[in-house]
Design a protein around this ligand. Structure first.
Ligand SMILES: *[C@@H]1O[C@H](CO)[C@@H](O)[C@H](O)[C@H]1NC(C)=O
Ligand SMILES: *[C@@H]1O[C@H](CO)[C@@H](O)[C@H](O)[C@H]1NC(C)=O
Ligand SMILES: *[C@@H]1O[C@H](CO)[C@@H](O)[C@H](O)[C@H]1NC(C)=O
Ligand SMILES: *[C@@H]1O[C@H](CO)[C@@H](O)[C@H](O)[C@H]1NC(C)=O
Ligand SMILES: *[C@@H]1O[C@H](CO)[C@@H](O)[C@H](O)[C@H]1NC(C)=O
Ligand SMILES: *[C@@H]1O[C@H](CO)[C@@H](O)[C@H](O)[C@H]1NC(C)=O
Ligand SMILES: *[C@@H]1O[C@H](CO)[C@@H](O)[C@H](O)[C@H]1NC(C)=O
Ligand SMILES: *[C@@H]1O[C@H](CO)[C@@H](O)[C@H](O)[C@H]1NC(C)=O
Length: 736
C-alpha cells in the first residue's frame, strides 16, 4: 500500500522544548459557514485571515497562518494549528467543523487493462471519443513527456477552461498542450511542515507513477507499439482518447478542478473509515455534484467486508475485477504435451529443449547449495515461497512454479525465467518427469505470450474492498465493477517497473499494475464519454445509466464470480450492479434521477449535528423531510440481527424517468433474494413521452433470521416492445 503525505504531523518545538503536548501543530481543514461572514469583509479570504489571526496563539514563534482557502465545493481553509489554537478557533463566529488533514491511501496494491469499446457502433463513435470533455484527475502528478500525453489529433482546448499549467522545478509550463491542458500542485501544506520536498520534485511532476497511470487510463492519447516487456502489446489509449486531462496533485485539488471547469473528476484514492462530514472527498464531491460535475472514486484495496472507502452517495464508487487476458509462458514437454503457464518474466529468455529436473528433495527450491549442482536445466518447484527466491533460482536456467495462489497473478513482478502452473497441471508435469518419459525428461518454454478472451471473465479481484459502506450503510456500495487487474498504462521512465534476478532493474514507459485505482479511471473515462454523448444529463443520470446497464454475468453468461470467495458467485457488496458496460450505458431507457433535495433529505436523516450537516450541505437547506430512502438505482435493506422467525419488512419508493425519445412501457421482473418476499407496485410502467417520470414502490419482507446472510437478488424493468431496454437494480438484505 502506498501513501501520499496528506498529513503533515510535525512538532513545532521539537528542538527547543521538551513539553510538546499542546503546542504540537497539525494541519487542519476548517469548514466555515459562509453566510455567517460579517458584511465588513471584502471577501471570504479576508474574513478567514482575520479569524485565524484573532485566535489566541500558543505558538511561541509564529501565529498560525492559512495554507489554503477553499471557496467552491468546500467553504473554509486549511491551517496548521495546535490543539489549543483549534479550541480557540472553535469559538469563532461561523466555525462549523475542523478535522485533521490526514494520509490518503492510493489504491494500487499490485500491478494491470481492457475494455470493449469499438469504432463501429456505440459509445465511442457517438461521443466522438470524449471530444470537448475535460477530466480532472486528482493524483500524484503526471509525467508530461509520456507519449500518452502528446496532443496529435486533439481539438482546441475547450473555451470554458479556466485552469493553468503551473511551473515548478522540472516542470516548464510549455509541457502542457491540447491533451494535458492543466497541471497544478498543492504543496504549501508540506512546505509549512518543513518536509523535505527536494526528493519529491516539488511540482506537478509525478514522483510515484500512480498519477501518470490513472490519467493515461482515463484519457491517454493513442500510442503505437506499447507493451510491458512484450506482454499486452498493441496500441495503448485511454478510455476517452479525445478528452483532455488536467492533473491536480492532491490536497485542495477538487475545489480547484470544479472552479477550472472540469466535467468529470477521477480520484483513485480515499480516506478510510471517516464519517461523511469529515471526509474531504465526500464534502468536496457534494459541491461538485451541485455544479454538475461527475465524481468517480475507487472502492479501496482492503478486500474484506465493510472495508470500502468513498462510500459517498453522490459519487460513483468503483470496485475492481480481472480482465479477459492471460499473460503466458507455454510449456512444451519432451513428449509433445503442452501446458499453459502464467508468466510475466520481462525478457525473451531462450529456453529450448532443456533437461527437466524433478527431485522431491530439491523441489522446495529454497537452497542455493542444493540447486547449484543442477546446471543449465529447468527445475520444478513445488513450494510457492520460492517464487521470489531469485538467489536460489539463479542457479538454474528456469523454474516451473506450482501453485494455485491467485495472488501471484495480480502482480507483474516475475523476476525469474519460467512459468507458474496450477496444481492440476503440476501433477501431469510431475507424472511426465517421473514416470512417463522414456528418454530423459526435457521441456521448452516460450515466454511473452498474451492470450485474450479468457473464459469466465471478469472475476471480482481479491483485493477489491467490499461494502456495505460504513459512512452511509443505507446506500448500496460499491456501485459497479471495472477492469482493475494488470492494467497497462503509462508510467515514469525513471522508476523501476520490473527486475531480472535480484540485481537487474528495468524501466519502461508502460506498466501493468492492479488495484481499484486502475478500475476508477475506466469508469471516469466512460462518464466522460457519456457526458459528451448526452451533455444534458446530470451527474446522477450518468451514474444511473452506468449502474442499471452494468452486467452481473461474465463472458460465459454465468454469474460473475468472486476470487475472494473461492470463485463462488459474487454478491453486489463486492461488484455493485455488475461489470460496467459502456455501450449499453449510452442508451439506458430509464434513469433514476437524484435532485439536491433528495440528497439533503438523506443527509438530514443521518442524525448529524447542525454543524456536521452544514459542513456537507454548506448553503441553505431544509431538514423538514429527512429520509434515508434515496432515489438510488440499487437497494439495500439493513436490519438488526433478530430472532429467527421474525420478519423484517422495508418499503422503498423510487422514481424513474424515461430518457428514450418516445413512448415506452416496461414490466417488472424479479430475482428474489433467499427467504425474501418482494412486492412491487405497480408492476407495469407506461411512459407517454420523453422525460416523463413515474413512481413505484418496492417492499421487501425477509424471514431468514440470523443465518445465510447477505441475501441478494434484483429488480429489472424490461421494455415490452421496441428497443427492449432493461433497467436492473440489485437488492441486498444485510444484517448489521
Ligand atoms: C502518514 O504517512 C507517513 C509516511 O508514510 C507515516 O510516517 C505516518 O505515520 C502516517 N500517518 C498516519 C496518521 O497514518
Ligand atoms: C525529478 O524530475 C526529473 C526530470 O525532470 C527526473 O530526472 C528526476 O528523477 C525526478 N526526481 C524524482 C525524485 O523523481
Ligand atoms: C520552457 O520551455 C521553453 C520552450 O522549450 C523555453 O524557451 C523556456 O526557456 C523554458 N522555461 C524554463 C523556465 O525553463
Ligand atoms: C535428489 O537430490 C538429492 C540432493 O541433491 C540427491 O542426493 C538425490 O540423489 C537426488 N535424487 C534423484 C532421484 O536424482
Ligand atoms: C527447505 O524446505 C524444506 C521442506 O519444506 C525444509 O525441510 C528445509 O529445512 C528448507 N531448507 C531451508 C534451507 O530453508
Ligand atoms: C434531473 O433532476 C434535475 C433537477 O435536480 C433536473 O434539472 C434534470 O432535468 C433532471 N434530469 C432528467 C434527465 O430528468
Ligand atoms: C436517528 O435517530 C432516530 C431517533 O433517535 C432513530 O430512530 C434513527 O434510527 C436514527 N438514524 C440513524 C441514521 O442513526
Ligand atoms: C440472532 O442474533 C441475535 C443477536 O446476535 C441473538 O440475540 C439471537 O439469539 C440470535 N438468534 C438466533 C436464532 O440465533
Amino acid at each position: 500500500m502506498d501513501y501520499i503525505h496528506f498529513l503533515m504531523l510535525f512538532s513545532c518545538l521539537m528542538l527547543v522544548y521538551s513539553n510538546l503536548g499542546q503546542c504540537e501543530r497539525s494541519t487542519y481543514i476548517v469548514h466555515m459557514d459562509k453566510e455567517a461572514m460579517p458584511m465588513i469583509f471584502p471577501s471570504h479570504g479576508h474574513w478567514y485571515s482575520s479569524t485565524i489571526s484573532s485566535i489566541k496563539s500558543t505558538h511561541v514563534q509564529q501565529p498560525p497562518e492559512i495554507i489554503y482557502t477553499y471557496d467552491n465545493v468546500v467553504h473554509g481553509f486549511s491551517a496548521q494549528l495546535s490543539e489549543d489554537e483549534l479550541h480557540s478557533l472553535e469559538n469563532s463566529p461561523g466555525f462549523l467543523t475542523a478535522y485533521i488533514d490526514r494520509n490518503l491511501t492510493l489504491d494500487t496494491t499490485h500491478t494491470y487493462k481492457f475494455l470493449s469499446l469499438n469504432h463501429v457502433t456505440g459509445l465511442w463513435p457517438t461521443s466522438n471519443y470524449g471530444e470537448d470533455i475535460i477530466v480532472g484527475v486528482i493524483d500524484s502528478g503526471v509525467w508530461p513527456e509520456s507519449p500518452s500525453f502528446k496532443d496529435h489529433g486533439m481539438p482546441e482546448i475547450p473555451k470554458r477552461w479556466k485552469g493553468t499549467c503551473q511551473e515548478g522545478p522540472n516542470f516548464n509550463s510549455s509541457l502542457c498542450n491540447r491533451k494535458l491542458i492543466g497541471v497544478q500542485y498543492f504543496d504549501k501544506g508540506a512546505k509549512a511542515a518543513n518536509l523535505d520536498l527536494n526528493t519529491d520534485n516539488n511540482s506537478g511532476r509525478d514522483t510515484k507513477g500512480h498519477g501518470t497511470h490513472t490519467s493515461s487510463t482515463v484519457a491517454g492519447n493513442y500510442v503505437e507499439g506499447a507493451s510491458f516487456f512484450g506482454y499486452a502489446p498493441g496500441t495503448a489509449r485511454g478510455v476517452a482518447p479525445r478528452a483532455s486531462v488536467a492533473m491536480y496533485k492532491v490536497e485542495a485539488g477538487m475545489d480547484r478542478a470544479v472552479a477550472d471547469g472540469v466535467d468529470v473528476i477521477s480520484i483513485s484514492m480515499g480516506f478510510d473509515q471517516y464519517p461523511l462530514y469529515e471526509d474531504p472527498i465526500a464534502v468536496a464531491s457534494f459541491g461538485a455534484f451541485e455544479k454538475g460535475v461527475f465524481v468517480s472514486t475507487s472502492a479501496g484495496n482492503d478486500g474484506g467486508t465493510a472495508t470500502l472507502h468513498n462510500g459517498i452517495p453522490w459519487a460513483l464508487t468503483v470496485a475492481a475485477g480481472s480482465v479477459d487476458r492471460f499473460f503466458a509462458g507455454t510449456l512444451t514437454l519432451g513428449n509433445g504435451a503442452t501446458i499453459l503457464g502464467w508468466s510475466m518474466f520481462p525478457a525473451s529468455a531462450l529456453l529450448d529443449n532443456l533437461p527437466l529436473i524433478y527431485n522431491k528433495t530439491l523441489s522446495s527450491c529454497n537452497s542455493s547449495d542444493a540447486l547449484s549442482g543442477v546446471g543449465h536445466a529447468i527445475i520444478i518447484c513445488e513450494d510457492e515461497s520460492s517464487f521470489y527466491r531469485t538467489d536460489v533460482i539463479s542457479n538454474v536456467a528456469a523454474a516451473i512454479f506450482i501453485s494455485d495462489n491467485p495472488e501471484l497473478q495480480l502482480s507483474s513482478h516475475f523476476p525469474s525465467p519460467g512459468v507458474l502452473i496450477s496444481r492440476k497441471d503440476g501433477s501431469v508435469l510431475i507424472e511426465y518427469a517421473t514416470k512417463v518419459a522414456r528418454l530423459p525428461p526435457s521441456a521448452t518454454i516460450k515466454l511473452q505470450q498474451t492470450l485474450v478472451g479468457t473464459k469466465g471473465s471478469p472475476v471480482v479481484a481479491l483485493y477489491s474492498s467490499r461494502g456495505p459502506a460504513r459512512a452511509c450503510p443505507y446506500i448500496l456500495k460499491p456501485d459497479v465493477m471495472a477492469p482493475g487487474t494488470l492494467v497497462l498504462a503509462s508510467w515514469m521512465p525513471n522508476k523501476p517497473t520490473a527486475s531480472i534476478g535480484g540485481t537487474i532493474i528495468l524501466s519502461s514507459e508502460f506498466n501493468a499494475i492492479s488495484g481499484t485505482s486502475m478500475a476508477c479511471p475506466h469508469a471516469s473515462g466512460i462518464a466522460a464519454l457519456l457526458k459528451s454523448a448526452h451533455p444534458e444529463w446530470s451527474p446522477s443520470a450518468i451514474k444511473s445509466a452506468i449502474m442499471t446497464t452494468a452486467n452481473p454475468l461474465d463472458n460465459t453468461r454465468k454469474p460473475i464470480r468472486d476470487s475472494l470467495l473461492n470463485f463462488e458467485a459474487a454478491t453486489p457488496l463486492a461488484m455493485g450492479s455488475g461489470h460496467i458496460d459502456p455501450n449499453r450505458a449510452l442508451d439506458p431507457g430509464l434513469i433514476y434521477n437524484v435532485t439536491r433535495h433528495d440528497y439533503v433529505n438523506l443527509v438530514c436523516s443521518m442524525n448529524f449535528t447542525r454543524e456536521q450537516t452544514k459542513s456537507i450541505l454548506r448553503s441553505s437547506y431544509d431538514c423538514s423531510t429527512p429520509s434515508s430512502d434515496l432515489n438510488y438505482p440499487a437497494f439495500i435493506a439493513i436490519y438488526k440481527q433478530n430472532r429467527e422467525g421474525t420478519v423484517m419488512t422495508r418499503v422503498f419508493k423510487r422514481r424513474v424517468t424515461n430518457v428514450w425519445d418516445g413512448p415506452s412501457s416496461y414490466r417488472v421482473e424479479l430475482q428474489l433474494p433467499k427467504y425474501t418476499k418482494v412486492t412491487v407496485r405497480p408492476t407495469t410502467l407506461v411512459f407517454n413521452k420523453k422525460y416523463e417520470e413515474l413512481s413505484y414502490q418496492l417492499t421487501v419482507s425477509y424471514s431468514g433470521g440470523n443465518g445465510s446472510l447477505p441475501a441478494h437478488g434484483s429488480i429489472t424493468w424490461t421494455e415490452e416492445a421496441g428497443r427492449k431496454h432493461s433497467v436492473r437494480s440489485p437488492i441486498v438484505i444485510y444484517a448489521l
